[in-house]
Design a binder for this molecule. Structure first.
Ligand code: NI
Length: 208
């Protein structure tokens, strides 16, 4: 019985064997090039674009805080207490709602850095505002707390490592989002409510 080594030339022959080897090498090179391009696209999308988005949100957040603070401080105690309708929040309650958002998101921003995936509840916004009776607290106190909490969140968010910005956050029953997405959503939410509070002030005129 012929051994494998003596059969092989009969099956493939030296020229055919070389062609097959070359073809296999070519396929391997093409697959490697394709894999590398897929990987580099993924890295660009996930890491660099994510990093750029995070930097944009940080800049926006920082300018939002510095522009809004003097305007909030210029609002009087009596103006801050007015409810435009019985079922609408006063400025105190809207800013209180932003403090609740800050405290819930603080948990998310920190916990998402300690694990590749977090699961946290949503919060009952109306009940949180009512339970804390923001309407009977002083405007000055609410503004001070909002300011300090958000300056700290700006500091925390600026220190999130690039790889942690992709941690998955499951909030309530919502689809999972990345930490970076959660932070940019937080900034949008702050902006939305500041515009509500500062309707008679020039925040919109400076492009926020
Ligand atoms: Ni809100």
């Amino acid at each position: 019985m012929a051994s494998y080594s003596t059969m092989r030339p009969l099956l493939l022959g030296p020229p055919a064997g070389n062609v097959l080897t070359l073809l296999l090498l070519l396929v391997a090179v093409l697959v490697s090039v394709w894999l590398l391009s897929v990987l580099s696209k993924w890295v660009t999308e996930k890491v660099w674009k994510g990093k750029a988005r995070m930097q944009n949100s940080l800049k926006e957040f920082e300018s939002l805080l510095s522009m809004a603070l003097p305007l909030l401080q210029s609002i009087s105690e009596s103006e801050s207490s007015i409810r435009p309708a019985s079922d609408k929040w006063s400025k105190k309650e809207i800013l209180g709602h932003l403090i609740d958002s800050a405290s819930n998101n603080h948990q998310r921003f920190v916990r998402a850095q300690l694990s590749s995936e977090i699961r946290l509840p949503e919060y009952e916004q109306e009940r949180w505002v009512r339970a804390q009776s923001y309407e009977t607290e002083s405007w000055e106190n609410i503004v001070e707390l909002w300011k300090s909490f958000n300056l700290h969140l700006l500091h925390v968010a600026a220190k999130i490592p690039v790889d942690k910005a992709n941690s998955l956050c499951f909030i309530g029953e919502n689809e999972p989002v990345t930490l970076e997405f959660l932070f940019s959503g937080y900034v949008d939410h702050v902006k939305h409510h500041l515009q509500q509070i500062l309707t008679e002030h020039p925040l919109k005129d400076v492009g926020v």
